[in-house]
Design a binder for this molecule. Structure first.
Ligand SMILES: [Zn+2]
Ligand SMILES: [Zn+2]
Length: 136
């Protein structure tokens, strides 16, 4: 499997992931050095193994919990590639904010879920633009 294929598979093809990738790489190396490769997925319980035919890839990754990538193992959970992807899609907005109950709301118009932190930031930027007379 090519690197491109692999990144596509685990959903690292988007800008969000490209941005996180650099810090993730370094932190991940630190995690593996200090804590080894995760043995089991904390969600589905499958056992870790090498996957990929060209480049061997360990199928269980350290998933970050807080989104801040602390150098602390309690901020990470071992998840397999597919659980990691699900976890990511489910629990984080596009900007990586945690989708907690408090931080999640629904649009009145179409019922779509949105991140309050992002919404607040958006509103603030809008207010600033308005003040500067840049809305037209
Ligand atoms: Zn899993
Ligand atoms: Zn957000």
């Amino acid at each position: 499997m090519s690197k491109q294929d692999f990144l596509g598979l685990i959903g690292e093809g988007t800008n969000r992931w490209l941005g996180m990738d650099a810090s993730y790489g370094a932190k991940h190396a630190w995690l593996v050095r200090h804590h080894g490769k995760p043995e089991r997925c904390a969600d589905c319980g499958i056992q870790g193994k090498d996957t990929g035919s060209i480049r061997k890839v360990w199928n269980i990754q350290w998933a970050n919990i807080s989104g801040k990538y602390f150098r602390d193992i309690s901020d990470y959970r071992p998840l397999c590639i597919s659980c990691h992807r699900k976890y990511d899609a489910k629990d984080r907005c596009k900007q990586g904010h945690l989708r907690s109950k408090e931080n999640t709301s629904f649009r009145r118009i179409d019922g779509q879920r949105f991140c309050k932190l992002c919404n607040r930031r958006y509103q603030r930027n809008y207010e600033i633009r308005k003040k500067n007379g840049k809305t037209s």
